[in-house]
Design a protein around this ligand. Sequence first.
Ligand SMILES: [Zn+2]
Length: 153
Amino acid sequence: MVKYALNCQSCQSEFEAWFSNSDAFDDQKERGLLSCPECGGSEIVKQIMAPAVSGTKKREVSQSPTVPLVQPGADLAKMMKAVREHIASTHEYVGADFAQKARAMHDGEIEEKPLWGEASMDEARSLIEDGVSALPLPEPFAPPKPVDQKKLN
Ligand SMILES: [Zn+2]
């Protein structure tokens, strides 16, 4: 038996299901036998993760992109804190305006200064492709977001 974490493309709900082997998922999907327990949709995909397999391992399922991982020790925690404090004290937080502002700086439309903020994956990818100065900021290195003054007023 193989357990897969599944994802409904229609309503994005996540659920798990057991299959007799790793081919059974594809087989049942092809025959339209899979449906979402939430919305009944049939666009079901496997989540990107290794399945829990009991019995003989048939073949590797996951070909998902890898992400770097590290076990954080006390030293690393201290360094991450230093990075967060450095960014918070030297970079202006621009929130969701990051992509637009970074691009305007790149194009020489506004004065250059260090920024940090958020962008969608698509925006981030296009910034990097266009050579705009931007680097993915992993969560542990991201300072807490400053309180948005506009929202308070
Ligand atoms: Zn659904």
